[in-house]
Design a protein around this ligand. Structure first.
Ligand code: MYR
Length: 280
C-alpha cells in the first residue's frame, strides 16, 4: 500500500525539507481587505510582517476550501492508496474537519486525518515522523498509532506581546473574565483540550521565558526531549539568544529555530515567542 503524508501550511516546514521528505501541503490563507494570499505559496513570512506594519486594517485568516482539498486528494489518488493528513488543532481552525469531510467525498484514496491538537513546528514534528514511517512502508494505522503515542509527550508554551490579537480573533479560551487583568501581564499560553488557554500569569517577558525554560528542563530531567523548536513571530534575535542559552546549558539538545508564519502570526502578533518539544 502506498501512503502519502499531507499537512497544512501552519506546520511551517520549510519548502526544501517538505520536498525532500515528500510531505504534501495544503495552505491556509490570510486576507488583507479583498485580497487573499495562500501562505507559504504566494506570501512569505517576511512579506507578511512587512504588510501588517503598513496595513490600515488587520488581516483575517481562512482555512482551505473543501473544493481545494478535494482537488489535492484527487491528485494524490493517482499515485497513492492512502494519505495520513496532519492538521492544526481542530479547536482553533476548521481545517482538520474540512480534510476529514473531503476524504469522505473522494474515491480511490483513504484519508486518515490526524488532529495534532497544536500547531506550528510541533505539528511539523508529527508530519516528519509520519513521512519517515511512510518511507519505511508502514501502514497508515501504524503511523496514526505512533502519532497518538507522540502526543503524550508533546508540549508547547508560548507568549505574545499583545494579547489583543488572540482575543480579537476569538482564539483565546478560559480567559474571558480575566482578560482585563491578563492584558496587563505576559501570560504563558498553552493548549488544553485543543484550545488555547492561559497557563500562568507572569509580569515580564524575561520571567515568562525563564518559566518556559524551566518547564522544558522539568522534562529534560524526566527523559531527554527528542526535539525542541523555538518559534518566533518576527523576532529572530530573541529566538537565537534563547537557543544559545539552552544549548549552553544542555549541549546535546536538538534545538531548531522556527517561525509563526502569516496565518498564526495574524492571531499572535509580532514579537510572540514560544518553545515546543516532545519527549520520546
Ligand atoms: C483559520 O482561519 O482557520 C486559522 C486559525 C488559526 C488560529 C491560530 C491561533 C494561534 C495558534 C498558536 C499556536 C502556537 C503553537 C506553538
Amino acid at each position: 500500500m502506498k501512503v502519502a503524508v499531507m499537512t497544512d501550511s501552519t506546520a511551517y516546514i520549510p519548502k526544501q525539507l517538505r520536498e525532500s521528505e515528500s510531505i504534501h501541503m495544503v495552505p491556509l490563507s490570510v486576507v488583507f481587505g479583498d485580497v487573499s494570499y495562500q501562505e507559504e505559496v504566494d506570501l512569505t513570512t517576511e512579506e507578511f510582517y512587512r504588510m501588517v506594519k503598513d496595513a490600515e486594517n488587520l488581516p483575517k485568516t481562512s482555512q482551505p476550501s473543501i473544493g481545494y482539498i478535494i482537488e489535492m486528494l484527487e491528485k494524490l489518488a493517482v499515485d497513492y492508496d492512502a494519505v495520513v493528513s496532519i492538521h492544526l488543532s481542530s479547536g482553533i481552525s476548521g481545517t482538520y474537519q474540512a480534510v476529514a469531510r473531503a476524504g469522505e467525498l473522494v474515491d480511490g484514496i483513504t484519508v486518515y486525518p490526524f488532529d495534532s491538537e497544536i500547531s506550528c513546528l510541533p505539528q511539523g514534528f508529527y508530519a516528519l515522523e509520519a513521512a519517515k514511517m511512510a518511507r519505511d512502508n508502514k501502514p497508515p494505522e501504524a503511523i496514526i498509532n505512533r502519532l497518538e503515542q507522540m502526543k503524550q509527550g508533546m508540549r508547547a508554551y508560548f507568549m505574545v506581546d499583545d494579547l489583543n490579537h488572540l482575543h480579537r480573533g476569538g482564539r483565546l479560551n478560559g480567559a474571558q473574565v480575566l482578560v482585563g487583568s491578563l492584558l496587563q501581564v505576559k501570560p504563558i499560553l498553552h493548549f488544553v483540550d485543543k484550545k488555547i488557554v492561559p497557563f500562568e500569569k507572569i509580569r515580564t517577558r524575561k520571567k515568562a521565558l525563564n518559566r518556559i525554560i524551566s518547564l522544558l528542563e522539568e522534562d529534560i530531567t524526566k527523559g531527554k526531549p527528542h526535539k525542541v523548536a523555538i518559534i518566533h513571530g518576527n523576532c529572530e534575535p530573541a529566538a537565537l539568544a534563547l537557543k544559545q542559552e539552552l544549548e549552553e546549558k544542555h549541549p546535546s539538545l536538538d534545538c531548531a529555530i522556527s517561525y509563526f508564519g502569516p496565518v498564526i502570526g495574524t492571531h499572535l502578533g509580532q514579537g510572540s515567542i514560544g518553545i515546543g518539544w516532545y519527549t520520546k
